[in-house]
Design a protein around this ligand. Structure first.
Ligand SMILES: Cc1cc2nc3c(=O)[nH]c(=O)nc-3n(C[C@H](O)[C@H](O)[C@H](O)COP(=O)(O)OP(=O)(O)OC[C@H]3O[C@@H](n4cnc5c(N)ncnc54)[C@H](O)[C@@H]3O)c2cc1C
Length: 380
């Protein structure tokens, strides 16, 4: 299909894409329906992905990662989006959670956890949201009280991706409850620590294969060495790291639109109505042309942001823009593409329907569209 040349990814990235695509086709696609029925993926696939070097590509080799750049992460994100493999929470694990351990963890913490995250032995989660607090992160209520060489954590979290499967969770807590954003710290908690419990697997309208859980902390004692970075600097670390998470949403959106557009073109060429192919109705061709133009425009913006991120120059405002527009354009375009499938678009066995419902959350998590607008508006 016509488009614009992609210059941000190298030949090496594209060679890696072949490996990722093979893995996705053989180890993920055949099991995806079953995982969606179960509401969780098997731990096996994590181990296999770890063996193939598909987890935590950014982690240096000394810690068992690939020591690669974010372009390799982008390839994984794109290949998962291509087949709407939303059940596997690799991205949250590799590109959102693990970087906190890498950047802010003390030497011992890194040596203990990073190799196990890279191998898939431990699955990572990031627990910020609480039942009463989501967008306004500075208001988190979970607390960590210092007691000798330990922190004692109390509180609860909800909507946590990889929650059921998680072996290591980074928890946002107040270490100075009176200090607002200046009182937040990030602490790593291992599954099995007494007082740490996982609640039910939450039932969602989409992302059926992804385990999303409530987490409870009742006098959970963790060594002070599990603190990431400095005490009370957690909010600052979140602001710094959220840019990458928001770029992830943009990358996924662009790849999803491209893949679903291709599928829709094929479907409408094949499908007949009124003795002609659905593709040949002017309405269909115009809708597809619009989708194509939107897709190319988003690709140009996403790749520009990716190139900036590779140079360490992606600003929070641009990250907010790529997240906002990626999520919103994806919502609009997938809705049109689903429509062109008629009733089959509404059937779960067609990827377009599942991609449409799974995409809805992109406007909500990693900072809602409204919060993205706030961030952008502040810079005007
Ligand atoms: C499937 C799924 C997976 C998730 N995974 C994780 C995870 O792994 N870890 C984690 O910590 N969280 C996770 N979340 C939580 C997610 O980040 C929050 O749901 C999101 O940040 C919104 O918070 P909230 O649900 O409390 O909504 P609220 O903050 O209550 O917002 C409600 C509405 O008010 C709007 N609003 C809020 N503040 C403003 C404002 N200042 N101006 C204008 N409008 C505003 C919001 O945009 C929204 O439309 C996940 C959520 C889902 C659904």
């Amino acid at each position: 299909m016509v488009g614009i040349p992609r210059t941000v990814l190298t030949e090496e990235h594209e060679m890696f894409r072949d490996q990722v695509r093979r893995f996705v086709e053989t180890e993920i696609v055949p099991h995806h329906d079953e995982w969606e029925r179960q509401g969780i993926v098997s731990r096996d696939v994590w181990r296999k992905a770890g063996e193939q070097g598909l987890l935590c590509p950014l982690i240096p080799m000394e810690y068992g990662g690939a020591g690669a750049d974010f372009g390799f992460s982008a390839v994984i994100i794109e290949e998962l989006a291509r087949v709407n493999a939303t059940a596997v929470g690799f991205t949250l694990h590799s590109d959102v959670m693990a970087p906190y351990i890498l950047r802010y963890g003390k030497a011992e913490l890194k040596a203990n956890y990073l190799p196990r995250l890279a191998s898939g032995e431990l699955i990572g989660a990031l627990a910020l949201t609480e039942p009463g607090i989501g967008s306004d992160l500075k208001a988190v209520r979970a607390t960590a009280r210092r007691d000798g060489d330990h922190y004692v954590i109390n509180g609860s979290k909800t909507f946590i991706t990889n929650g059921q499967n998680s072996g290591l969770v980074i928890v946002a807590v107040k270490t100075d409850p009176e200090a607002g954003r200046k009182g937040i710290s990030l602490i790593a908690v291992e599954d099995g620590t007494p007082g740490f419990k996982k609640g039910r697997n939450l039932e969602k309208i989409g992302l059926h294969g992804q385990d999303t859980a409530e987490l409870f902390f009742d006098d959970v004692r963790v060594p002070v060495g599990n603190l990431l970075g400095e005490e009370n600097k957690g909010f600052y670390y979140l602001l710094t790291e959220l840019a990458q998470e928001r770029l992830v949403v943009g990358i996924r959106a662009a790849a999803s639109i491209e893949a679903m557009l291709e599928r829709t073109i094929a479907y409408t060429r094949d499908r007949k109505a009124f003795e002609q192919s659905v593709f040949d109705f002017q309405n269909t061709r115009f809708k597809l042309a619009d989708a194509k133009a939107q897709s190319v425009m988003l690709r140009a913006f996403v790749d520009t942001c990716l190139a900036l991120h590779l140079k360490g120059e992606l600003t929070p405002e641009l990250a907010a823009m790529v997240k906002l527009k990626g999520a919103e354009v994806q919502g609009v375009v997938l809705d049109e593409l689903l429509q062109l499938h008629g009733g089959y678009g509404y059937m779960s066995e067609y990827v377009i329907g599942r991609a449409w419902v799974d995409a809805r959350v992109m406007r909500i998590y990693a900072g809602s569209s409204e919060i993205m607008r706030e961030i952008i508006a502040r810079t005007l």
